[in-house]
Design a protein around this ligand. Sequence first.
Ligand code: PEP
Length: 275
Amino acid sequence: MGLPPPLRAQAIRTPTGSRSEENPMRRPFIAGNWKMNLLLPEAVRLAGDLRERLRDLSDRDVAVFPTFVAVEAVARALEESPIQVGGQTCHPEDAGAFTGEISAPILASAGASLVIVGHSERRHVFGESDADVALRLQAALRHRLRPVLCVGETLEERESGRTLEVVERQVRSALEPVAKDGLAAVTLAYEPVWAIGTGKVATPEQAQEVHAAIRGMLRDMGGAVGEDMRILYGGSVKASNVDGLMAMTDIDGALVGGASLDADEFARIVRFEAM
Ligand code: PEP
């Protein structure tokens, strides 16, 4: 099966932003989402392997997102390293009767400095609405966790020409309630649902189209956010395709799932090394 169709030309309404090399706020950011993988000792081992491979890193940001039970041990294993640690979601409330959930202050107390919110698996498997995602993002900001807000369309939404409508709704519903100074802590990740875990990476041009449109939405929101917010691409990123994606003007990094579980592969992705 081929890739889903490109967006309709008339839907693209915004110019591109400045290149990350010209804007220090947009230095590359590569994040590894470990999802529900790795036993605790395996997670600690992977953290140690990444620490070794990425010890000299200074020109980009790197983070890993282990399962909740591994956050503390992975954060310890990565102390004094350039690699940061985050949680995979957080509940809107700080504490209470929410069996199975985790709160932002608990994540922060375990050593997390970031948290993913609105990942497509949370939206589509666990039924998180735009309103839930917005509250989770606000909880993260209250506790000084830097959120990575995921947005992206399903295959059906792309094929029916609704990609930008869906992405705009997801971006605005999460970011409009946030005060301008809070937005500086947010990173966006555009992850087309049809490209996640499927091996079907969007072409650099398909991704750039949406990233440029998102940058336009951010500019409409005013302030520095349009120029400064990093927008990562996610969906079957590997060492073999990362450099093509990173060559695009509005792609500031990658959110990597499956390929982040292999230390060699992830280290190559971080360095944009095909081989
Ligand atoms: C993800 O889960 O955010 C993701 C992009 O997964 P994968 O790289 O496996 O497609």
